[in-house]
Design a protein around this ligand. Sequence first.
Ligand SMILES: [Cu+2]
Length: 195
Amino acid sequence: MSLRQCLFTAGLVAGLSSVGAAQAADGASQEDQAQAGIAVLSGTEGNADVHATIRFMPTDDGLAYTTVAHGLKPGKHGYHIHIYGDCSGADGKSAGTHYNLQGSSLNPPKDIDRITGDLGNLVADANGDAHDTGVLENGALTGPKSIIGRAVIIHAKANDPSQPPIGAAGARQACGVIGIADPAKADQDTAKDDT
Ligand SMILES: [Cu+2]
């Protein structure tokens, strides 16, 4: 290789690596980062009337969520994040077990004393409507404990805190996969939006 070719090659390599650096910086562009999440739930077999929307927003305390549900039997319904974003099964069981935000879901510690992936209980009124808000302390939209791509399941019964880590909340009545949402829509009142 002549000196001239050598300098040309060196210049080309330097030029390419600066293009690479620019792309890496671009890689952190806003739309590539999950800044809000949403799950839209549909009823499982025999529960066609049940539907719900859950929006997730990161806060300093964890992942805040706002839930609006319709078509439920009046009363309490436990709901959780489940490990697989797979709602293909008619009974919702394709979504697997609860997603454990503080360790493995498939090998949870034996002394676990809380309900894993828990979003709490939805309390449906006489019309079957429920609204709820909460904060998932260890939840995230990015990183190893990201909930994006997992599922939310609403159950037939209330959580039973005496039966961790699953809570014996019974049959799965609605299932929806958690996706990335437009953060500009995260503050909108889903209750008004979903009438
Ligand atoms: Cu569940």
